[in-house]
Design a protein around this ligand. Structure first.
Ligand code: 5AD
Ligand code: SF4
Length: 432
């Protein structure tokens, strides 16, 4: 029997899909690359913005004809939208078989293979389910992610995540170290630690900083990354480890959300713009090329012109290497959903476009600054535009396109001189 998993949304969902794949393989199922040949079709969904749910529903709807062709096919909806919509999903998608939230993945083989086949909805939270003792399938031959923290204890007023993923649960440090060890034994050299507020990690006396140090001591680990830290959870110990441990990459994805203190307060973000900027300054104090990327929401409820101007001001000061920029999307069940919006969709879009324009220029400048530098890159894959060229990433997470001088494989480390910038893209010449 064969399964196929379609994944939407963030890296956490990617990890969960790999975890589920591991569980299904353990139960004797095999992956089907071709969606049409699958006996079990899983959709791992996202709810963070309304658009994400609409996209997932549209995609899942497309599987209906498959079900008509193969009466035995089971279609299963997983992830954040499964929890968010639950039973309601059967109204929009009457042909689906099961709806399974993030705390029930361990039971998936039982659900799809029979013992629980008569139950349709599995969405309650299970405070005890931390997936200890389970390891995700390796996602990539040289790089893998490991979820070290599930759920979120913050209650940012716009965010649906805590309601669909539950409270913060931190994975046993020994389990994390075992997963890293297993990964390096399979040839992985880059590890990305995942959590909604990953730097708030604390478990059995281990802090995020001490966990990073322990992971860096494992032979075979060359690069350590993490997503996403929260600006509130940096202390001197962590900043010092980030600056001094040579295996921890000089890139951080640090969500700003807004540059106005009034809006940050309304968002319940627990920091000020000044604190945020001071973190960037600390990280870049020893390495001006330390890359900082971010998330920003435009048009949050109550955001005035002057609040938005402050965001633009902080964006200019922060000099982000890149940013994911979103238009505020009110989510049912969140605190800010209850507040009346004054801005029209057009006004929100206009602000968003203004922000994108300013950030694009900064992104391009930050790439330009890399010209002439000699960088170690981790080779990923042939370039999608021209397969005679390859793509790799620098320690500070910039893509570099290069022409190999001899055979290269994904996972190789090469030294490149950055000798051209086209738009945002760095091009390099291989030195060794
Ligand atoms: N509307 C728009 N963007 C949102 N995000 C989270 N919730 C919302 C929302 N309701 C953004 C935040 C977060 C990223 C993953 O998604 O910027 O960091
Ligand atoms: Fe959502 Fe805030 Fe938690 Fe991030 S920290 S997942 S934005 S509630």
């Amino acid at each position: 029997m064969k399964y196929h998993i379609v994944t939407f949304g963030c890296q956490m969902n990617e990890y969960d899909s790999a975890l589920i794949a591991g569980l299904l393989e353990g139960a004797g199922l095999r992956v089907s690359k071709n969606i049409e040949e699958a006996d079990f079709l899983f959709y791992n969904t996202c709810s963070v913005r309304e658009k994400a749910e609409e996209t997932a529903i549209a995609k899942i709807s497309q599987s209906r004809p498959l079900k008509q062709k193969n009466k035995k096919l089971k279609v299963i909806v997983l992830g954040c939208m499964a929890k968010n919509k639950g039973e309601q999903l059967f109204e929009k998608l009457p042909f689906i078989d099961h709806v399974i939230g993030t705390d029930h993945y361990r039971q998936i083989p039982e659900i799809v293979l029979g013992a629980k086949a008569n139950e349709r909805v599995f969405t309650d939270f299970d405070e005890k389910e931390n997936y200890d003792g389970t390891y995700a399938q390796i996602q990539n031959p040289f790089s893998t992610s490991i979820t070290i923290q599930r759920g979120c204890n913050k209650r940012c007023s716009y965010c649906i995540v805590p309601y669909v993923r539950g409270n913060e649960k931190n994975k046993d440090p020994l389990d994390i170290l075992a997963e890293v060890q297993m990964s390096v034994e399979k040839g992985i050299s880059e590890i990305t630690l995942l959590g909604q507020t990953v730097n708030a990690y604390k478990k059995d006396g281990e802090t995020f900083a001490s966990l990073l140090e322990k992971i860096s001591e494992i032979n075979g680990v060359k690069r350590i990354r993490f997503v996403s830290p929260h600006p509130r959870h940096y202390d001197d110990e962590l900043i010092s480890v980030l600056q001094s441990n040579s295996k921890i990459c000089h890139h951080v994805h640090l969500p700003l959300q807004s540059g106005s203190d009034t809006i940050l307060k309304k968002m319940r973000r627990q920091y000020t713009a000044e604190h945020f900027l001071s973190l960037i300054e600390a990280l870049r104090s020893k390495d001006p090329f330390y890359a900082v990327t971010t998330d920003i929401i435009s048009g949050f409820v109550g955001e005035t012109d002057s609040d938005f101007e402050k965001t633009l001001e902080v964006v200019k000061q922060a000099q982000f290497d890149n940013a994911f920029m979103f238009i505020y999307s009110p989510r049912i069940g969140t605190e800010s959903y209850l507040e009346k919006e004054i801005l029209s969709q057009e006004q929100k879009l206009l602000r968003h476009q203004q922000l994108v324009e300013i950030q694009n220029q900064i992104t391009s400048n930050r790439s330009q600054n890399m010209l002439g530098r000699v960088e170690e890159i981790l080779v990923e894959r042939p370039s999608s535009k021209d397969p005679s060229e390859w793509m790799g990433k620098t320690d500070n997470f910039k893509k570099v396109i290069f022409k190999p001088t001899s055979t290269v494989s994904p996972g190789d480390y090469l030294t490149c001189k950055i000798n051209e910038i086209r738009g945002w893209t760095l091009r390099g010449e291989v030195l060794s």
